[in-house]
Design a protein around this ligand. Sequence first.
Ligand SMILES: [Zn+2]
Length: 676
Amino acid sequence: MHIIHKLSLIALSAAIITSCTTKETTFSDPLAANRDTTVNPSGDFFLYANGGWFKKHPIPDSESSNGIFRTIQDTINAQIKSICEKSAKNIKAAKGSNEQKIGSFYASGMDTIAIEKAGLTPLADPLKRIDAITNVSSLMTTIGYLHTLGTNPAFAFGVNQDDKISTKYALVFYQGGLGMGNRDYYFNTDKETVTIRAEYVKYIEKLAQLSGSATAAQDAATIMQLETDLAKASRKLEALRDPIKNYNKMSVAQVSVATPNINWQQVLPSLGIAKADTLIVGQPEFFVALNNMVKSYPVESWKKYLKFNLINHNASYLNSSIANENFHFFATVMSGVAKQKPRWKKVVSQTNSALGELIGEVYVKDYLPKGSKEKLMEIGKNINAVYADHIKKLDWMSEATRKKALLKLSKIIMKVGYPDKWKDMSSVNIGNSYCANVLEADKWKYNYMVSKFGKTVDRTEWSMTPQTYNAYYNPSNNEIVVPACNILVPGFEGRMPDDAILYGIIGGSVFGHEITHGFDDQGSQYDENGNLNNWWTAEDLSRFTEKTKRIVAQFNTFEALPGKFVNGDATQGENIADLGGVVMGLEAFKKTEQYKAGKKISGLTPSQRYFLGYAYAWMVNIKNESLAQQIMTDVHAPAKYRINGPVANMPEFYKAFNVKPGDKMYQPDSLRVVIW
Ligand SMILES: [Zn+2]
């Protein structure tokens, strides 16, 4: 995925995008203005391209980063806020209507008096269920029930497409249950991680106190020990990249033999699954460890863990003493964010996350610039076309594999803009309690997911809303999904950016990137129909693997913070996708009139504008704490290396910015790599 974890400029409301020729004199050009011309592009291209903007826009105390994502998100937030407020003000909205749901949800989040008064009561039912656990059997079925509320205690569970039969859904059980998310937080010995661990224990203790425990310190030690044991049995981030090793289809009987303390005939119904013959177990050794832990830890310890897990998951929607502790640990300690965002921003974001489907319907009607979908599609088609040309010319690939690669490319489904049909949320009841509303939406999401089990896969489904500034490739559907708001380019409100920018940001970093995911270290293992199925000859596969190893080696050398290097293995899929993206974006741009005419804009040649446009896509400045977190938990390399890494493999970049041997950005021929 393209995700990173993204001014209020002029509101974009219904701005009409028309094609127009850019006139140098009539507008300020962000590409020129964002640069830091005191930095040499051949030394640090990322900083040259974006450093001027960073100087003028320091990271606010309430944010972990600042840049293009936040700028665009601010615009989107203002639009969603307006949808929420308008809905909340309409007291005539019929009960159960989309407008009532959006309005009531937003209003409940803004009603801090009611939230304070409610305390933990919105969680009374699940807390009672946890209290009633008496043995391993009721422990496991309660864990199942807690999953139906959208929480993930002890393990992760989902109804996903079967990696080997992409037309069918499967029950997928995965490692999970860690409050800090990534196993490495429990073991790394660097100073920052040691501090985070100590702060985490304090945080657990605070939450235990605030929820009425008389033995909070002891609870915290127990919970930390239990999570550490789960972490011990968990695979590392890079080990989760192998789709074959993390696909272990077992009959329920086989799983039961491997984990005799867990009664799967009871667990599955508690998860809302009436009947199943097989499960896909991502990491069998994790479930063996869990099987041992449900016996080795007393039930009372598990109850403490489950309470913490539940309250922690919902902390942001509870009273301020709990919400503030949650903010302190997850935002301040882990990401370096000192100050909370204004309440409306948090509630807008939560309303959008809970009822994004309903908001999307309004968003597309009220705010999407006309012609967005068509323009996006046009760029996508052009990228796809140059991709085919490239595959036809690849010198390292045999005809047999080439044929298959072209077939897969030709079958990529492009979903662009917004879905043709919206998901039915009519059964969702939204009332006055914020936390209860969040739970209601989470339950709906869970039930929606579980209801797919046993049905044929619906390939028209979208997993992102149109107002999400992001995109994804789903290997099981061999599809890319590009939500509408990818058309937004800050600094070009109401007018069309020149093609260099469009092909840099949207062509390269969205379409080119997502299509390449179909051909990265993971995606390349799926065939044209979305099944895990090797379509490579042995020789081509070994040549491909040799090239990916060189990408891994390049990224392993990037020291993001003193002593903290980018994880080349864990980020290789994204880095392969970035490289493919920037190469294809340029190829498609070369076919445009702007490139052919060769005219300068703001003193910049078309090629220079293309690379600056690409760097604009990753104009992100990030706090050190958040950067350290990203390196440990994210399969995306930090923004700086997503620019400097790929472009250093391209002769066109060297030519555009006069990069010479001896320059910091210079990679000798022997180390450069282009895969697609
Ligand atoms: Zn990606």
